[in-house]
Ligand binder design. Structure first.
Ligand code: ASP
Ligand code: MG
Length: 437
């Protein structure tokens, strides 16, 4: 069985939803994971914000606009009176559910319930459409099997057990549709896998059913060797190892949600990135193999903050780093890069929600400096330990750019460099010219 995931633009209009059937309807058994129609989740976030701020008027107006968009979509999507009516009833029920929150008190729980409506709508509409054109399909409710635990980590055993039960009820069916992104938490409440989480759903579902392959369909022909928005003449990478793909996904190649590599890697299920607009293109295949050594790609991650803690007490001391890391842990703030000298340690973070609190606590251990507007430029590949010259090539390309931090040797797959965001474009272009001649 295949797991195929389509993002918001692939279901972004009646036309795109119709075109999707060309990719989905064939003899290969599959589970189709869908995102919400593009723009929907953002609008639902907006609605939730209005409700938080007790601006019911703003909420109602935005709900009305979104509902209009859906009404227009079903007008274009369905051709029979029967299905137009079914779809209209569906929309009516979801939007009256959302509207009801303008009358009730509003908490975190309600926000997540509102955010779930996008995927519930897109999957139900696609399923109705398949039925209207005579294709047999079954809607699998993700809320019955996708679950996260107290630490907000997916509960793999629960997912496996429950999706298997769901599938067993439809032995003769070849085509299943389910919602990306949404899940329940350990209290059984509606929750989600964070923004962009549909890829993660696909990977978790793939692992749970031991899929033959997980396909992530987007609007680009795979992961590129550099950021195509900044650098000319980038090309898709035909094959990457799980480790290389994880580094790239985390450090900026927006095409794949970074968490989605791990479940596939653990279960050794190949992940293929494909382009909806160009289905015949090879895309990128991610699996256990490495397609040889050397530099494969460059990615960049913006909005990075660097924090330097300098202390005489670090000299020859043990336990200093633990104390520093415990502060970040207490504020659930992940660290990306780290470099040390004998008297100082620098780390980078991208989540600055608790920055002030973290700085205050760090001050107990030394002087603290904070730099903002930084970018991590990450060079990814398979660098075997004996091979020489990678660092030279990279530094040669960046000789005219100030470098704030360097991280090399953490894994054999990544060299990370911290630069000012103002220098990012030049860094990417110069690396591209030197590394991919
Ligand atoms: N609809 C959700 C979002 O916009 C999940 C996803 O698209 O992957 O973040
Ligand atoms: Mg996405």
């Amino acid at each position: 069985m295949l797991v195929v995931k389509f993002g918001g633009t692939s279901v972004g209009s009646a036309e795109r939803i119709k075109a999707l059937t060309n990719l989905v309807v064939n003899d290969t058994p599959k589970i189709v994971v869908l995102s919400a129609m593009s723009g929907t989740t953002n609008t639902l976030v907006e609605i939730a914000n209005y409700l938080y701020n007790k601006n019911n008027e703003g909420a109602l107006e935005t709900i009305l606009q979104l509902e209009k968009k859906y009404k227009q979509t079903i007008e274009e999507l369905f051709s029979t009176v029967e299905y137009k009516q079914q779809a209209a009833d569906l929309i009516e029920s979801h939007f009256s559910y959302i509207r009801a929150f303008t009358k009730d008190q509003f908490t975190m729980f309600e926000e997540r319930a509102i955010l779930a409506q996008g995927e519930l709508l897109s999957t139900a509409l696609f399923n109705f459409y398949l039925h209207e054109i005579g294709v047999e399909s079954v809607l699998l409710p993700a809320l019955n099997f996708m679950r996260i635990n107290e630490d907000e980590e997916p509960d793999a055993a629960f997912i496996k057990e429950n999706i298997t039960l769901e599938l067993a009820q439809h032995k003769n069916c070849n085509l299943f549709i389910t919602q990306g992104y949404i899940c329940r938490n350990s209290f059984g409440e509606i929750d989600n896998l964070k923004r962009g989480g549909s890829d993660y759903t696909a990977s978790l579902v793939g692992a749970a059913i031991n899929a033959s392959e997980i396909q992530i369909w987007t609007d680009i022909d795979g992961m590129h060797n550099n950021d195509p928005r900044i650098v000319d003449k980038t090309h898709p990478i035909a094959q990457l190892s799980f480790d290389e793909a994880a580094e790239l996904a985390y450090f900026g190649a927006k095409i794949l949600h970074p968490s989605s590599v791990l479940p596939a890697k653990i279960s050794n299920i190949p992940v293929r990135l494909k382009n909806t607009m160009q289905p015949e293109a090879h895309g990128t295949l991610i699996n256990t193999e490495s397609s040889g050594t050397g530099i494969k790609a460059i990615a960049a991650k913006d909005n990075i903050t660097a924090i330097k803690i300098k202390s005489g007490r670090m000299l020859l001391a043990y336990g200093f780093l633990r104390k520093v890391f415990e502060i970040f842990e207490a504020y659930k703030t992940p660290i990306d890069m780290i470099t040390t000298s004998e008297v100082a340690v620098s780390v980078t973070i991208d989540d600055t929600k608790y920055l002030n609190e973290i700085i205050e606590e760090l001050k107990k251990y030394g002087t603290v400096d904070v730099d903002t507007n930084l970018t991590i430029v990450c060079v990814v590949g398979d660098f075997i330990a004996e091979s020489k010259g990678y660092a030279l090539q990279i530094f040669d390309a960046l000789q005219h750019i100030p470098i704030r931090m360097i991280s090399y040797g953490g894994s054999l797959h990544n060299v990370s460099l911290l630069v000012n965001t103002a220098d990012k474009k030049e860094a990417l272009i110069s690396l591209n010219n030197k590394l991919f001649k």
